[in-house]
Design a protein around this ligand. Structure first.
Ligand code: HEC
Length: 275
């Protein structure tokens, strides 16, 4: 904001208040546009068992289409795996321990099959964020009108099929209509899960959610655990040194705290005779 245009303190206060309201309600809601409500991703960066399960899920279900070309297999020793475990359980085909997670499919084929080539997922979590990713895998629903037979609440008309559907089961889109924005948002919050609130013709609002249809091999709770592990792993892969960075930050702050104590003590010594 250009402060020179603010004439009086009252005007400044009004602008600040307006900015606070906008920030609280979110830009999309303020503009009356579509508003996505996510479920929080229950991931924990220090949970090595979850990261290991996530690596397994990623290698088994994603690597056939997507690459992670900034991630080397042997780096997975970070999350508590031994080189033998990596070699025996995670490396499919003839890749070596020091290789990056590449994909067998050729980009040109991928483009022909899916319309869009599956992007590299090395730093996907930093582009989209963990909640987006988690809800992306809760957001698939059956849509006969799409080429893959699937659509997604979080990524409308996505070119990727729901590759985890045998686990999650099939799902369908449920739409409820409301006369005003407030009751629509209320219903979305009450659903306690992923929901999209959007304006529809006639000044009304729709709340779209995804509901289970035919069950898969996992219960909804197990499936959410599976996806949480996957997202946890993708977040680790986006920044493998994150845990080290955070630990180092804590040590540095503790060091500065101790230093402050000595510096203050020294200052008191110096100024003792003056005061
Ligand atoms: C059958 C091939 C295939 C498999 C298997 C697959 N994907 Fe995809 N994925 C795609 C394609 C194609 C796209 C591009 C979709 C688009 O842009 O419309 C995509 C897009 C994505 C995106 C969105 C990228 C963006 O635009 O930000 C994410 C995230 C993603 N995939 C994650 C995964 C994960 C995680 C797995 C493993 C559970 C997986 N995919 C398995 C084909 C696949």
């Amino acid at each position: 904001m250009d402060m020179k245009t603010v004439r009086s303190p009252r005007a400044a206060a009004a602008i600040l208040a307006a900015a606070a309201v906008l920030a609280a309600s979110g830009p999309a809601a303020a503009a009356g546009g579509p508003d996505l409500r996510f479920e929080r991703a229950p991931v924990h960066r220090l949970d090595d068992a979850s990261l290991q399960r996530g690596a397994r899920n990623f290698v088994n279900y994603c690597l056939n289409c997507h690459s992670a070309k900034y991630m080397r297999f042997n780096r997975l020793t970070d999350i508590g795996l031994t080189e033998d475990q990596i070699r025996d359980n995670l490396i499919l085909g003839d890749a070596k321990l020091g290789d990056v997670m590449n994909v067998a499919m050729r980009p040109a084929d991928a483009k022909a099959w899916f319309g869009v080539p599956p992007p590299d997922l090395s730093v996907e979590s930093r582009v989209r964020g963990r909640d987006w990713l988690y809800n992306y895998f809760l957001g698939f629903y059956r849509d006969p009108a799409s080429a893959t037979g699937w659509n997604n609440l979080v990524f409308p008309n996505v070119g990727m099929p729901h590759v985890l559907w045998t686990l999650s089961g099939t799902t369908r889109l449920v739409t409820a209509e409301f006369a005003d924005h407030q009751s629509a948002v209320g219903a979305a919050i009450a659903s306690k899960g992923l929901a999209l609130v959007e304006p529809i013709p006639g000044g009304r609002f729709a709340v779209r959610t995804v509901a289970a249809d035919v069950p898969g091999s996992m219960t909804p709770v197990e499936y959410r655990g599976f996806v949480a592990d996957l997202v946890n792993y993708m977040e680790y892969m986006g920044e493998p040194v994150r845990n080290k960075r955070i630990n180092l930050g804590i040590v540095v702050l503790m060091f500065l705290g101790v230093l402050f104590f000595f510096a203050y003590w020294l200052k008191r010594e110096y100024w003792k005779d003056v005061h």
